[in-house]
Design a protein around this ligand. Structure first.
Ligand code: NAP
Length: 247
C-alpha cells in the first residue's frame, strides 16, 4: 500500500496568522491544506507563495460554521488521501460591542465560528487521527480568553471555551497518540486588528512588556513547535504568545 502524504490542515489559512502557519508548516515539509471562506484570491496567493518556495499547498472554500460542509470536506478531501498529521483550528471572527448592546445573533455567530467550528473540525480530525494513532491538534485561542476584554464578551467566551475544549480533548485523545494544545496570541498585527484606531493600538503597546505588537510569524513559530517532535510530551497546554501582556 502507498504511504499517504503527510498533511497539515490550517483553517482560515489564507491570510493573517493562518497564512503564516500555512507557510511555516509547508517549510517544515507538510502538504498544507488551507481553507478560506470569502476571499479566494488571498487563498490562491498564499498557495502560490508556498509553491514558489518549493512547498505543497491546496486551498479549499470551507465555512467552519457549516457542520455538514466540514464533515463532507473531511470525508471527500482528506480521508484516504492524506495522513492528517496536524490540524490548526485558526479560523475566527469578531463582532465587538459592549455587552448591553450585544445582539443575540452576534453572540451566537462568534460562538458558532470560533468555538463550535473548531469543535467540529477537531471532532472530524480526531476520527482520522485516532485510526492513525497519531496527530497534533492546535487551537488558536486568545489572550482575551484568558484575561477578558471589554467590548468582546462573545469573543472572550468563545476563546475561553476553546481552552476547555483543548484540555478535554487532550485527555480523551492522549491514549491514541494525539496531542491537543492551544496557542493564545496577544495583540497581533493582522487584518483583524488593523481596524482598531491608532490610539487604541498605542495603548496596547504601552501595556505589553516587550513593547511591540506580535507578528503572525510569532504565532506560527509557536504552532510549528507544538507540531514538531520536540513537543511530543506536551498536551492540554495553553502556550501564551503575548509579549508578556498577561502572565
Ligand atoms: P484574519 O486576518 O481576520 O483572518 C481570518 C481568517 O479566517 C481568514 O483566512 C478568513 O477567511 C478565515 N475565516 C473567517 N471566517 C471563517 C469561517 N466562517 N470559516 C472558515 N474560515 C473563516 O484573522 P487573524 O487575526 O489572522 O486571526 C486568526 C486567529 O487568531 C483567529 O482565531 C483569531 O481569533 C485569533 N487571534 C487573533 C489575534 C490578533 O490580534 N490578530 C489575537 C488573538 C487571537 P477569508 O479570508 O476568506 O475571509
Amino acid at each position: 500500500m502507498n504511504e499517504l502524504q503527510s498533511a497539515a490542515l490550517v483553517t482560515g489559512g489564507s491570510r493573517g496568522i493562518g497564512k503564516a502557519c500555512a507557510i511555516t508548516l509547508a517549510k517544515a515539509g507538510y502538504t498544507v491544506l488551507l481553507t478560506y471562506v470569502s476571499r479566494p484570491e488571498e487563498a490562491e496567493r498564499t498557495v502560490a507563495e508556498i509553491a514558489s518556495a518549493g512547498g505543497n499547498a491546496q486551498a479549499f472554500q470551507l465555512n467552519v460554521g457549516d457542520a455538514e460542509a466540514v464533515s463532507d470536506f473531511f470525508n471527500n478531501e482528506i480521508r484516504g488521501k492524506f495522513s492528517l498529521d496536524v490540524l490548526v483550528n485558526n479560523a475566527g471572527i469578531t463582532k465587538d460591542t459592549l455587552l448591553i448592546r450585544m445582539k443575540d445573533e452576534d453572540f451566537d455567530r462568534v460562538l458558532q465560528i470560533n468555538l463550535r467550528g473548531s469543535f467540529i473540525c477537531l471532532r472530524e480530525a480526531a476520527k482520522i487521527m485516532m485510526k492513525q494513532r497519531s496527530g497534533r491538534i492546535i487551537n488558536i485561542s486568545s489572550v482575551c480568553g484568558q484575561m477578558g476584554n471589554a467590548g468582546q464578551a462573545n469573543y472572550c467566551a468563545a476563546k475561553a471555551g476553546l481552552i476547555g475544549l483543548t484540555k478535554s480533548a487532550a485527555k480523551e485523545l492522549a491514549g491514541r497518540g494525539i496531542t491537543v494544545n492551544a496557542v493564545a496570541p496577544g495583540f497581533i498585527e493582522t487584518d483583524m486588528t488593523a481596524v482598531l484606531p491608532e490610539e487604541v493600538k498605542k495603548s496596547y503597546v504601552d501595556s505589553i512588556p516587550l513593547k511591540r505588537l506580535g507578528t503572525p510569524q510569532d504565532i506560527a513559530d509557536a504552532v510549528a513547535f507544538l507540531a514538531s517532535p520536540a513537543a511530543g510530551y506536551i498536551t492540554g497546554q495553553v502556550l501564551a504568545v503575548n509579549g508578556g501582556m498577561y502572565c
